[in-house]
Design a protein around this ligand. Structure first.
Ligand SMILES: [Cu+2]
Length: 121
């Protein structure tokens, strides 16, 4: 019995290693990562290879202040939309965390630079 438990654990570890390459990832983002924008986008869309359960989205603004962003849907979906993110001028780092279908926590960062309103030539 003890041997069985041990080998099950070993199997689980192996399965997890394989799963690491199997859990979902970002397919695309709109606007694309590293985009330089004239103003805050009306929405940010993050498309995943497979459905995820988004758990949090936080933006770190140029002055280092952090703000939570609302996203939808809050149930499992392959496309997550952050409506009216209200990004400020400067560098915005959007960090998201989600639960992959295989139970793994996945996360990532999108960077958007919003040009200052009075920076036009
Ligand atoms: Cu995984």
């Amino acid at each position: 019995m003890k041997r069985f438990v041990l080998s099950s654990l070993a199997l689980l570890a192996v399965a997890c290693t394989f799963a690491a390459s199997a859990h979902t990832g970002v397919k695309s983002a709109k606007p694309p990562n590293e985009a330089v924008l004239d103003s805050s986008p009306p929405a940010i869309e993050i498309a995943f290879e497979h459905a995820v359960q988004m758990t949090s989205v936080v933006v770190t603004e140029a002055d280092k202040s952090e703000r939570k962003l609302a996203f939808a849907p809050t149930t499992g979906a392959a496309l997550i939309t952050i409506d009216k993110p209200g990004l400020h001028a400067g560098r915005n780092e959007i960090r998201w965390k989600a639960l992959s279908r295989d139970g793994h926590v996945i996360d990532g960062t999108l960077v958007y630079v919003v040009k200052a309103a009075n920076a036009s030539p």
